[in-house]
Design a protein around this ligand. Structure first.
Ligand SMILES: [Zn+2]
Length: 571
């Protein structure tokens, strides 16, 4: 490709709409262009990267036994009502009306459509297992599209769905798919970590995410320094520190003028926050919920939401708190009725807590569960913290940030039951098909790759997904020897099926080198009157600082070898 003919220009300035580093670099490199909030066009360079990622994914899915098909983006809205998943997607689901006023959804995911399809084609256990996948645009009306391709409203995704007769078979496919995903990331030279994850709106039993560790990642990860335990912070568990056993003391009322927060209460009484009980009020699908947790811990809203099985969870407003008869700043589980009380199990790990008295400027000492109050439900609803102990091995937990680049779910049978996808087993009995689903966002993977592979000059593409492999960079094209030699080398490289971006522009060395660095093409070949004087070409890897001079004689063969090694590099 001749740079002079390339559609899409590089930008010197940082575009104002770019809110993450990868977004800035991809825009500046002329790889994508925004059309509307969270909606992008891929320009030729960006599309080449995407196609390479797509091909690696396709090969790994095929190798794992997947069959590719294509489902429609337009889905009848009724199937979302039938599956019962409409409320959990809520406003994220794009809906449209056709000319007959018939409501349709733009697919945010395709479990419904594919289950309906499989329902028509699977009769008996002989038709299973099935692994079906597609690579297609998805639509989600994100409340806050951000990070360019990291959180877009229209995005390209590979989604595979698996259908099984029994749990063991699902387990097998699930493990195979985890391996296939690992292969995808390692072939893209992107080291991903597998973590336990929350199933979220997709639903289901078990779920794992694949994370690229990146400081800028918006997902928190908790992992063990000693064993392989790793989980999204939404899901992570930890061993909560247990306080020393004490004899239960009688409840005592104390005056706490103008003392409201847990820290203030603990300071005032002279105890650590772990000796207090914290009250938090939520509204779960408009129903008030009173949550009680040990003062040193915080509520994990994902765990709480899953426990309550609600679709909307938010902190209650001041008015809502007042309506329930509770006193903010001194709320207490003691003596309250008519409101659902959920407790974190940490309230059982200690004694003689300081808690609210449900009276202004008053707290209670020596509050003990279950002696002094009742709760409707006790469960782990706390945020696991770095420094806590590992739930698997008791080692120390650590934290980091990551970008989610893949998500796999064991769905089980809830969708096949809802949508009537059954099969006849060996005994001729009808059973619901057991399902799994597995997704990778391609654009997100592209952006995450940049987030992980760049320096202050630009992108550093791993060779396996680089838009081109060689940046052919002649300096002083007015020198006829440079012009002729480069042109010949360009033809030679193309004949060898090498992917070359030929910077044939009449620009200064500074501009050419800056663009080469910005675009991040792995290997730069520079020809100038100076290198030609010594019958050589300057060869420089984008990821390395030093360049080397190689003889121009046999350079095509040498470059081919270098690139083959780089492209087969896996991590
Ligand atoms: Zn551990």
């Amino acid at each position: 490709m001749r740079f002079s003919k390339l559609f899409g220009k590089t930008l010197k300035e940082i575009p104002s709409e770019a809110d993450t580093l990868s977004h800035q670099l991809i825009l500046r490199a002329g790889m994508i262009q925004q059309v509307a909030a969270g909606v992008y066009s891929y320009l030729p360079l960006g599309w080449r990267v995407l196609r390479k990622i797509e091909q690696i994914i396709r090969e790994e899915m095929d190798k794992a036994g997947g069959q590719e098909l294509m489902l429609p983006a337009l889905q009848p809205f009724e199937i979302w009502e039938e599956s019962g998943r409409y409320p959990s997607f809520g406003k994220t689901l794009f809906t449209v009306f056709d000319r007959k006023e018939h409501k349709l959804a733009l697919g945010p995911t395709h479990e419904e459509v594919i289950t309906m399809l499989v329902r028509r084609h699977v009769q008996s256990y002989r038709d299973l297992p099935l692994l079906l996948y597609q690579i297609q645009n998805k639509f989600r009306d994100e409340p806050r599209p951000r990070g360019g391709l990291l959180r877009a409203r229209e995005f390209i995704m590979k989604d595979l769905y698996s259908f099984h007769t029994n749990e063991a078979d699902l387990d097998r496919s699930y493990q195979q798919m985890i391996q296939a995903y690992k292969n995808v990331y390692s072939r893209c030279s992107l080291p991903a970590v597998v973590v336990e994850a929350d199933s979220g709106a997709i639903g289901g039993k078990e779920s794992h995410e694949f994370m690229l560790i990146a400081e800028t990642g918006e997902d928190g990860i908790i992992y063990c320094s000693n064993c392989d335990y790793a989980a999204n912070v939404e899901k992570a568990k930890s061993v909560k520190p247990k306080l020393e056993a004490k004899n239960l003391q009688p409840v005592e009322e104390i005056a706490t003028p103008n003392i409201k927060t847990i820290e203030e209460v603990a300071n005032f009484v002279g105890v650590p926050t772990s000796h207090t009980l914290k009250a938090v009020f939520y509204s779960a699908d408009a129903e008030p919920v009173f949550v009680i947790i040990r003062g040193d811990l915080d509520v994990n809203e994902t765990k709480l939401k899953n426990l309550l099985k609600c679709s909307e969870l938010r902190l209650a407003t001041e008015t809502e708190v007042k309506t329930t008869g509770l006193v903010a700043g001194s709320a207490s589980p003691i003596g309250i009725t008519g409101i659902k009380i959920i407790a974190d199990d940490s309230i059982t790990l200690g004694a003689n807590f300081v808690a609210g008295a449900n009276k202004p400027d008053t707290h209670l000492k020596n509050v003990n569960y279950p002696r002094d109050f009742k709760v409707d439900l006790t469960a782990d609803i706390a945020i696991a913290r770095p420094g806590d102990n590992c739930p698997k091995c008791n080692g120390k937990l650590l934290a980091s940030n990551g970008i989610e680049v893949g998500h796999v779910f064991k769905l089980g049978t809830f969708l096949s039951e809802k949508l009537g996808a059954f099969f006849l087993n060996r005994n001729g009995t009808s059973q619901p098909i057991i399902m799994g689903c597995y997704g990778i966002g391609l654009g997100r993977l592209l952006a995450a790759a940049v987030e992980q592979n760049h320096d202050d000059k630009g992108i550093i593409w791993p060779a396996a997904i680089a838009p081109y492999h060689i940046y052919l960079c002649p300096l002083r094209l007015e020198d006829s020897k440079v012009a002729e030699t480069t042109e010949k080398l360009y033809q030679d490289l193309i004949r060898e099926n090498l992917e070359v971006l030929f910077d044939d522009r009449d620009e200064s060395p500074g501009i050419k080198f800056n663009d080469a660095d910005l675009l991040g093409i792995p290997l730069r070949l520079t020809l100038s009157p100076r290198t030609l004087q010594s019958q050589s070409v300057e060869v420089k890897w984008r990821k390395e600082k030093q360049a080397q001079l190689l003889p121009i004689e046999g350079i095509t063969t040498r470059v081919k070898e270098l690139l083959e090694t780089a492209r087969s590099e896996v991590v």
